[in-house]
Unconditional design. Structure first.
Length: 253
């Protein structure tokens, strides 16, 4: 009999959490301890919703003024209150300018009027090699060849080249799941770094799909083993300094 019940589904981000630190995965996905919102996560959500509103418009209306209108409405109706919970009021303008800097940089990477977007904030549910998965794709479209291209917005800094593979793994998992659900073959994935601004793209190969599918199955098996034993070990590293669970982590106590 298992000590813990495995979560009903995995997501690309939860797989990444487990690979980073199994104990952190337990705290968040099995114990259900929710990490509080931070300025960084709030900014990411704010910018994502602005783009969701922008790309819901007809192409000829996707102007920077439309993005400003969306930002103002979202701030007034939702984000001013959310920001007040974690940011002092005197820093609100600074937060809004940093967010707008990310939004404005989109026009340096693409012309929204000419950018095709078929799905925005698309919820993806299904089984990948027997593993129940769930996640949200920022956006994707079918290109002129009939294949899918996935785009993922990032409001953090551009990573060094040695960390790029980790960032693409999430998108490759989405690509594998889209293909598993017969929604289409994915040809390209794009990381859209708005602070850079910089877009990093990779072509998707069958080897990529096979590799991430194997990773998903392996991680699921490793999670089940730890749920049976009740032992979730820690993995320490530079990211520990930003981990919400560090004060209660046995590796530091």
């Amino acid at each position: 009999m298992s000590v813990y019940t495995p979560p009903p589904h995995l997501s690309p981000s939860s797989i990444g959490t487990f690979q980073t630190c199994p104990l952190k995965f337990k705290y968040s996905k099995i114990d259900g301890i929710r990490e509080p919102a931070t300025e960084a996560t709030l900014m990411g959500n704010f910018v994502h919703e602005i783009f969701e509103a922008l790309y819901a418009l007809e192409p000829d209306r996707r102007e920077i003024l439309a993005a400003k209108d969306a930002a103002r409405i979202l701030w007034d109706q939702k984000y001013e209150e959310l920001a007040s919970e974690i940011i002092h009021e005197r820093h609100h303008n600074d937060f809004r300018w940093k967010s707008w800097f990310c939004v404005e940089n989109l026009w340096q990477l693409e012309n929204p009027k000419k950018t095709r977007v078929d799905q925005i904030e698309f919820e993806l549910n299904g089984d990948l090699a027997g593993v129940t998965m769930k996640g949200f794709i920022d956006r994707y479209h079918y290109d002129e060849n009939g294949t899918i291209q996935i785009g993922d917005y990032k409001t953090g800094k551009v990573p060094s080249a040695r960390y790029e593979d980790d960032k693409f793994t999430q998108l490759f998992i989405y690509a594998a799941l889209l293909q598993e659900l017969n929604l289409g073959e994915v040809s390209w994935v794009h990381l859209i770094y708005l602070k850079g601004p910089k877009m990093i793209s990779r072509r998707v190969s069958e080897e990529d799909i096979d590799e991430v599918t194997e990773t998903v199955v392996t991680v699921k098996n490793e999670i089940d083993k730890r749920c049976e034993s009740g032992i979730f070990e820690t993995k320490t590293g530079p990211l520990c300094n930003w981990c919400y669970f560090k004060p209660n982590c046995p590796a530091f106590n």
